[in-house]
Design a protein around this ligand. Structure first.
Ligand code: ADP
Length: 209
């Protein structure tokens, strides 16, 4: 986060003199306590300063990057997931390709007759199936998909960082976000590399403070 000059000055005063009351900080800057209130609130919320009743403000000792890391470690999958695009396992490769274009996604999830997760289709899965001479309208996707139980999944309450680690470890672009149903997994979301990128950009642009 970008700190204003005044906020930098406040941090320095608290570092040198803390614990120190709001009034004393204001005196040192020749400002009123009321003028300083928003800056003190921002610095406390962002984690640079802490305040104890009847003691005053003190410096937490955390650097900007430590505070960013702390925040990043709290992000949940739920806050960043996208809507899942799902096809049934007996649709044709041709129709799956059309769905991928129409929905503008890079990964489709495949469900069985019980509407539970059965497989995953990536762009390359569909490309691979297309370079043969087969009639794509007569090949069902369950023939070419990556299937359960080899699907890497995540849940809404998982940490975003753990989901990102799975994307890296498995060298894949997306994870289905699932909920355990009676005898299978219900697909309730899609977590992609783009979602992770969005989280990083938001964090860097301070939209999460
Ligand atoms: P692409 O193949 O278009 O580069 P991916 O890297 O996501 O896209 O997919 C690589 C392979 O991994 C594909 O065969 C795909 O079916 C499979 N795959 C993709 N996502 C998952 C997942 N969440 N779990 C298991 N396998 C996956």
């Amino acid at each position: 986060m970008e700190l204003s000059n005044r906020q930098e000055q406040i941090i320095q005063i608290v570092k040198d003199n803390g614990p120190i009351t709001g009034e004393n900080i204001a005196d040192q800057l020749n400002l009123t306590r009321a003028t300083l209130r928003p800056d003190l609130a921002i610095l406390t919320m962002a984690g640079f300063l802490d305040a104890r009743p009847r003691v005053g403000y003190f410096f937490t000792g955390k650097t900007g990057s430590e505070l960013l890391t702390e925040k990043l470690k709290k992000f949940k999958v739920q806050e960043y997931q996208s809507v899942p695009i799902v096809v049934e396992e007996d649709v044709s490769v041709y129709d799956a390709i059309c769905t991928m274009f129409l929905e503008d996604v890079g990964t489709l999830f495949v469900t069985n007759e019980a509407s539970h997760l059965a497989g995953v289709l990536s762009r390359k899965d569909l490309l691979r199936a297309s370079i043969g001479n087969q009639d794509l309208t007569s090949v069902p996707v369950h023939i070419i998909m990556t299937r359960m139980p080899n699907i890497t999944i995540c849940e809404q309450d998982d940490l975003l960082l753990d989901a990102a680690q799975k994307l890296i470890d498995k060298q894949i672009d997306a994870l289905p976000v699932v909920k355990t149903a009676d005898d299978g997994l219900e697909v309730i979301g899609r977590l992609t590399k783009t979602n992770i990128t969005k989280a990083l950009v938001e964090l860097a642009r301070d939209q999460h403070i």
